[in-house]
Design a protein around this ligand. Sequence first.
Ligand code: SAM
Length: 471
Amino acid sequence: MYNPKSLKAEEFICHEEVLETLDYADKNKENVALIDEIIEKAKLRKGLSHREASVLLACEIPEKIEEIYALAEQIKKDFYGNRIVMFAPLYLSNYCVNGCVYCPYHLKNKHIARKKLTQEEIRNEVIALQDMGHKRLAIEAGEDPVNNPIEYILESIKTIYSIKHKNGAIRRVNVNIAATTVENYRKLKEAGIGTYILFQETYHKESYEKLHPTGPKHDYAYHTEAMDRAMEGGIDDVGLGVLYGLELYRYEFAALLMHAEHLEAVHGVGPHTISMPRIKHADDIDPTAFDNSISDEIFAKLCALVRISVPYTGMIISTRESQEVREKVIRLGVSQISGASRTSVGGYCEEERPHDTEQFDVSDQRTLDEVVCWLMESGYIPSFCTACYREGRTGDRFMSLCKAGQIQNCCHPNALMTLKEFLMDYASPKTREIGEKLIEQELMNVPKEKVREVCKENLKNIENGQRDFRF
Ligand code: SAM
């Protein structure tokens, strides 16, 4: 029944295959010879199968876990260097017809204020985001064919791209909206979106149906097969994710990797990103009601294993996680984080973080300038780069860049140039001082002399007022 090439959800995320994988992992969790063999394979940086990775997840031998962490750190350094790409979510509307029991936007929640931004309000939100220094957004909306039809989403994307406030610009809009049709995905592609993100929430069909009792999202197959439709519609950067806390994490992890293997088998390209959200407190939602919550230790182990199992896939951590947890997992392979997020509709225009329309509590509440400064002080380069998709490097073309080891000649200088823009336009004096020194040092790490020289020239041009350079 299990067939990674099938287009049917229940065949590429085959329940029996997940159970057999977990059984195999349990039987081998102390099999040191096999564990060593899998770690050696991971060192080749070509990834691991869901079965292999599941054995490592089940393994509780402290020295082996240390080896996994060290390898995750090394792979992150080799593939992503010390760059961390920054983004912010933008909530367009919290109208929703679904009944997701973990989400405060569910239809039956009568005490949450419902709000949908007008194009003028979107303008104001985008200006507020640009004024912080953001260049990359992920737009979010509940599922509601009447209030949030695809035309509304498309119009909003157009508005977002059109706003050029001072030196600001949103250069990449990723989209996190409910599963839709091939035709709508094609329209999103034409609107110039970056990644299409859709969290699976849980791959366990029976739980999925209970957690989504009503509304169009109830349909497990339609939701699980969404990425295939997105790819058919021409979107080749797709972002997967599980909402940890809903189901047993070992089940989710095996199935998540099966999903990645499926995309690779059918479309020749794996997921562009994997997000790692954990369930949070929200209006009407008590996270302790979900008894599959995972500890920070397991969360870190999952991040490390995603890093070594799918080295070419970016990994995203949101402000659902605290500064402390972020510090731990960024090291283990995270490539993108959000900063200064507001998960409410219209929240960026408010002085204080509003709660009335919020989707979930934000743990990391620092400003973007504070997050940027903290990253640099921790040895990372915050990057506002959006070059790849604008240069047509999506899907397998991005993967080829990655596989050819050219990231350091491309993403690295792009990170430095976009950081320079941030320092010139938005940073506090302290952040600017730290950033200027960092750029100076990091220029040395651009391997090709020609690229380094062009980058230096562009940095000067940025000082002189020009913007938006990229390799
Ligand atoms: N409505 C869209 C859909 O159905 O996929 C996606 C947008 S929703 C605003 C984004 C994600 O937030 C959901 O996919 C879910 O995983 C996550 N989410 C919902 N409730 C949450 C909670 N209480 N804590 C943390 N994350 C939550």
